[in-house]
Every structure is written in C-alpha cells, then in structure tokens.
Design a protein around this ligand. Sequence first.
Ligand SMILES: Nc1ncnc2c1ncn2[C@@H]1O[C@H](COP(=O)(O)OP(=O)(O)OP(=O)(O)O)[C@@H](O)[C@H]1O
Ligand SMILES: [Mg+2]
Length: 445
Amino acid sequence: MSIRILLAEDDELMRVTVQDHLRDQGWIVDEAVDGHAALALMKQQSYEVVVSDIRMPGLDGTQLLQLVKTQSPNTDVIMMTAYGSADDAVQCLKKGAADYILKPFDLDDLTIRIKRLVEMQEVKARCISSDKGCFSKPTPIIGSSLVIQKMLSMVSQVAVADATVLIHGESGTGKELVAAALHYGSKRASKPYIRLNCAAIPAGLLESELFGHEKGAFTGADQRKIGKFELADQGTILLDEIGDMPLELQVKILRVLQEREVERVGGGIVHLNVRVICATSKDLKQLVAEGKFREDLYYRLQVIPLEVPPLRERENDVLELCAFFLQGFSLERGLTFRLSQEAQDTLAGYRYPGNVRELRNILERVSVLAPAPTIQVWDLPSEIQGTDSLQDVNYTLANAVAHAEKKCILQALRKTTNNKTQAAVLLGISRKNLWEKMKGYGLHA
Ligand SMILES: Nc1ncnc2c1ncn2[C@@H]1O[C@H](COP(=O)(O)OP(=O)(O)OP(=O)(O)O)[C@@H](O)[C@H]1O
Ligand SMILES: [Mg+2]
C-alpha cells in the first residue's frame, strides 16, 4: 500500500528537509505552507498521516487538527512544536492528535513515529474487519492507590444520591469514566445516559443541541428537534467541559436545575426528570472571578464536588494501569506483552502531564511496534526516558555528560531495534564497551 502524508509547515527550510526525508522512505508526501493550503489538499485527497506544525499563520495547527479529525477521523495527526511548548502538545493530544514531536527533532524519530501509526491503522482495520469489536469494551476504573480508592468509595456513595455532581480533574484523568460510573451505579442505570461536550459544539448550535427547537424556530429549522436534555429524560445527562459553556446558556442550565423544565428554541416547555452531571478540567472558581462563569450556577453545581486526582499523585497505579492496558493490547495482537524491570521503573517515574490518556497512548504505540513481547526501555518514546529532564538533575559536567551518553545509547538501541552489534557501530565503540556502559547505566533487562 502506498502511504500518503500531508506535511503542513510554514518554515520553508524545515518543510523541504522533512519532506525529502519522508520521500526517501518511499512515501508520497504533499506539502502545504499553512493550514488553509493543507485543508485544500485534504479536500482532493485522503491521507494516512498529517504532520503539522502548531504555529502557522492563518489557520494554525490546532485548528487544522480539529478540522482533520472531523473531516477524516481515520487520518492520524502528528504535531510538531518548539521545545518548551509541551503544554500546547498536550492540548493537541486531548483534541485528538495521535502524537507529537518536539523541535528540534531527529528525522529518524519522526519516521519511526509515522511507521508506528501506519502499522496501528492496519491493526485497527484488521480488528474492525474481523468484527471482534476490539475497541468497544466498557472500561472499569483501575487503581488501588489510596487516593483512587477514596474517590471510588465516594463515587459509589454519590451515585445513589440523585444530586447534581461536578467532576473536576486535569485532562486525561478519567472524568468521563467517573461520570459513566455515576450513571451506571444509580437507579437510573437502565435509562438513557446522554453525553454532550460543550467545547466541541459551536456556541451558536449549542442551545438547540441542549434544548431542541420547534419547526420554523429559525432559518433552517425545517423539522422539530429533540434536545439532549429531553433525550435524557428519566436518565442522566453529562455536560462535559462545562467551563466552556457560553454565559447566556449558563442561565438556561440554571433554570433546568431549578425548575426541572426546558424551553425549546421557538416555544414549547417540557417538564423533565434528568440528573445532571458536569465535568471540567478548568478552575470554575477562577472563571467566576474572571466573570466567565455565573456564580449562582457555580454554587448550584458544587452541591457534590468530585476531584479526580492526576496520575502522578497515585502512588502505584501506573504499573497496574500498564498491566490492564497491555492485557487489552495483548489480546488485540495475539501476544503476551510484559515490561522489563527498567521499562517499569521508567514508566513509573514519568510525570504524565496528559495523565491516564497519555499512558494509554504510549502503551498502545509501543505494543504495535515492540519487536518482542518483552517491552524494553528503549522501546519507550524518548520523552519519557528521563533524558529530557536535564534541568532537574544536579548539573555537574560529569552528570551532564553521563546523561547525554545514556541518551545516545538509548537512541542507538531504539534505532537498531536493540541490535547491540549495530548499535555499537552507530556509536563508534566496541560491543564490549557498549555492554559495559549499558551495565553502568542499569540498561540491562
Ligand atoms: N482509572 C482508569 N482505569 C482505566 N482506564 C482509565 C482510567 N482513567 C482513565 N482511563 C482511560 O484514559 C482515557 C482518558 O479518560 P477520560 O476520557 O475519562 O479523561 P477525561 O478526564 O475526561 O479527560 P479530558 O479532560 O481530556 O476530557 C480513556 O481512554 C479512559 O478509558
Ligand atoms: Mg473528557
């Protein structure tokens, strides 16, 4: 199969360099100088992978990402971003990017990432065609750390109370899982569970999505539309990313909570029995202070606040989650994955700014490309190998040199998929010397 890649990058030198390198892999590469040019190409042609810079004039990478994901959900997007703006990258993962790479990067690193994504697309296509439904299992909430156990006992208590709940937590911590657990643990479990992501719907459409509209309520409303609240009658509605709800709609949500009724756009009052659950990664109190969130609604939602802790605060959950995710990916690939001791230590020591979602993504990628069922530390993406955190260490010259040396060794092992003879050649040292250095850095499995 010929692989088509769309490269969006405004910097010409960068674009030409990356393009040449990708073409050398035998891939078909189309180039775009900005987001608009990329979109125009997407209309004519479908791509397996889009590689896009984040900062571009006109339509930037983040906007392009969102449009690609709506127009062509199976296309994977890799974002390129300057070192130091890892936050942007995390936001992009949340919006559906498959991966990110920090500039300046090693061109081979980019190729490896693209290969992984394409292989993953093939695995997914096989799963879907064999109708195993690999990706639609309900997800239990994994974790035996004290903080998660406390949260889970709170969840089961709160589930049965019929009150409004506000779930708060960083991106990727599992807020949606908690919301589902609240619904399915309540007496409304057999009734509808309706989710709405307030951030994903343009403000102008949100009102009729939520409340529905009568026929003829506005131009284009040629049919009566039932809103999400009405669909959720007797059941539960999850208003996800409630912090992104426009102020003028907030007052209407307040009314639903107080009066238990909704008004369709263009008339028609409907009485409802709906439990409202809200989720957000934003600090609503801060939004209230900035005048972006109504104070009365804030207090109304705060009836039962539930905090989902970030992954870095859950002592031993990382390895438990690894086992859980790897079990799933093992089934999908017909292999039994396990982690070497050093890989476990590395995974457990990383801070996961993207939380559980980031961990899951890392393992999914690794499981597709790992050459053997035992995952070694060099199979892990370089950013989590601790080599990027030079600032944190005691910065003596000897330390810095050791850090750089370890990083080179890991990269060589990754490039040669753990062939030590080839890695030694790449590094320009003898095999014995490599072996000794690996031992010194604790790199033996
Ligand atoms: N404790 C957990 N056990 C198993 N899987 C989890 C757990 N927490 C999160 N996940 C998985 O991690 C991914 C992200 O979770 P989820 O979508 O619920 O995050 P979120 O808090 O809603 O993030 P965002 O704020 O970005 O929307 C999902 O694939 C989810 O299944
Ligand atoms: Mg969410």
